[in-house]
Structures are given as C-alpha cells and as structure tokens.
Ligand binder design. Sequence first.
Ligand SMILES: [Fe+2]
Ligand SMILES: [Fe+2]
Length: 169
Amino acid sequence: MATNTQSAKATSSGAVAGTGIDAIELLTSDHEEVKSMFEKYEALSDRSVVSKRRLALEICLALTKHATAEEEIFYPAVREAGGDTEDLVDEATVEHASAKELIAQIIAMEPTEDLYDAKIKVLSEQIEHHVEEEEGEMFPKARKAKLDLIALGAAIAARKEEIELPITQ
Ligand SMILES: [Fe+2]
Ligand SMILES: [Fe+2]
C-alpha cells in the first residue's frame, strides 16, 4: 500500500519512482504490448500453425486480463468521477463485449480452420479503434478527474494477475 503522501503526489503528476505505476500508464503499456503481439502474428508464415496458436492464445489472454480489469476497476472509477464520460464508458463496454465474442471463437478454433486469420485480423482492427478512443478521449478525461491513479494502477495490476483464459493449453 502506498502512503497517503505518495498517492497524493502521484494523482496529479503520474507515476512517481518507487510508488508504482499509474493506471493510465499501465493500460497504455498493455495497449502497446498487444499491438506488437498482433504485428508478430501478422509476420508469421501460414505454416507456423503451432506458433500461431500459441501467440493467438497469448493475445486472447492479454486482452481478457486487460479488458476485465478495465471493466471491473477502471471504467467504474471513470464513470463515477463524472466529467461527461458516461457515453464513452458505455461505448467502450459494448466494444469489449464484441471483442470477447471474437476471443471466445478464436480460443475454440484451430489455426488451420477457415477464417482463423481473418478473425485475428478483425480483432486487431477492432482493438485498434477501441484503443484510439480510450487513449484519445477517455484517458485524457480520466487524467483530468480527481482519481487516485496510483491506487487504481495497483488494483488493476493485482486483478490482472488473477485472470486466466477458460481453457487448458
Ligand atoms: Fe484499454
Ligand atoms: Fe478497453
């Protein structure tokens, strides 16, 4: 747990060395990470079936952890903070639901099946659009609101640790 002084400092100035990462920086770095995983997938050859499956599941897991933690922790905090974020949070929640449907389909498939690559591609495009809205609209509003971003960052990181995909690899 951060001390009160640390949290207070961190709220207005972002992450402070030694006090953890703020929620927005954590979520943004997740976005970068998953983007590079999608790029890695694109670069795989059609015959790399095992690598495709492994990477696709890594992507699905990363997205599931991220989206669940956002829905359970970040979005409610942003919604409560006000500042005209209601519609943005609603839209983001619907986008998550659509991504989760695709993720469930991908988990249940083998890379050799028809439409496997297409589903990964469409998922990556949907996520790209979603990330643009979060980083371009929601996060700036959340940054302006009086949120304890360090405490939220710690809660998000802890929740992400617990989340697994509903499958055995
Ligand atoms: Fe996000
Ligand atoms: Fe999101």
